[in-house]
Design a protein around this ligand. Structure first.
Ligand SMILES: C[S@@+](CC[C@H](N)C(=O)[O-])C[C@H]1O[C@@H](n2cnc3c(N)ncnc32)[C@H](O)[C@@H]1O
Length: 227
């Protein structure tokens, strides 16, 4: 008897947010799902005129944006206060605010039109989230947080350089990284910006379509108990 070698059929694109959330193992209570739906509706609407995201279908939105934000949210303690550094279209900050309403989120982006778009999203969703049109380093001059979170903002070398003088107000860094994170840490070490910090891979998870798992990298100042 010949073996059936026909390729497995590709799963069909998710027609709804609910379908995608189920497909990627992230079912959400209805009120959260409704808020996520409102968020993508507003984001995709603004995205018609301003390039904020390439994740313009439910599968990409859930498998990338929601999964990354959930991975970060899982590292936060109850009622913590966080700064999303380089929010762009609001990932991960706005999604963390929706998934974890106990967490107090602030957003910042150094580019004016991005910060303005993020402000518009926040207002249209009726969320009470401060949005700063500033570099994170500038925000950290005046305000303190339990953690700074970020995705797709800069390599570790730059993130550590930017935060070097701000650990008292940044608390800890939680950065979403891909398979090259170890190379990024090596490069940062080569540039001498890892001397006064501890760096740990704190959580790994699969991202559909990527060969390597995604990682939440945690960084905190040396000498301080692991947060
Ligand atoms: C590639 S986008 C990523 C946006 C979003 N985090 C995401 O994952 O979809 C990077 C954003 O970081 C912003 N950015 C870069 N350096 C920054 C800094 N030091 N402080 C605040 N924002 C920064 C850029 O303006 C840009 O909007």
């Amino acid at each position: 008897m010949s073996e059936d070698v026909s390729p497995a059929p590709e799963s069909s694109p998710s027609a709804t947010l609910e379908e995608a959330l189920k497909k990627y193992g992230a079912p959400m209570p209805e009120p959260v799902r409704e808020q996520l739906q409102r968020y993508v509706d507003v984001l995709w609407d603004i995205n018609k005129t301003l390039n904020l995201t390439r994740h313009t279908d439910y599968d990409k939105f859930v498998s990338r944006d929601v999964m990354d934000s959930m991975a970060l949210a899982g590292q936060l303690k109850p009622n913590e206060e966080i700064l999303d550094m380089g929010s762009g279209g609001g990932v991960p900050g706005i999604l963390i605010a929706i998934i974890r309403p106990d967490v107090r989120v602030s957003l910042c982006d150094s580019v004016g039109k991005k910060a303005k778009a993020t402000q518009e999203i926040v207002e249209r969703l009726g969320l009470e989230i401060p949005v700063y049109h500033n570099r994170a380093e500038e925000v950290l001059e005046d305000l303190s947080f339990d953690a700074v979170v970020c995705r797709a903002v800069a390599p570790m070398r730059k993130l550590l350089l930017w935060l070097e003088k701000h650990w008292l107000s940044a608390g800890r860094l939680l950065a979403v990284k891909g398979g090259k994170w170890i190379d990024e840490v090596k490069e940062a070490r080569h540039h001498g910006v890892t001397k006064s910090v501890e760096i740990r891979n704190t959580y790994e998870y699969e991202t559909p379509g990527n060969d390597h798992p995604s990682v939440i990298v945690k960084v905190w100042p040396k000498g301080r108990k692991e947060p």
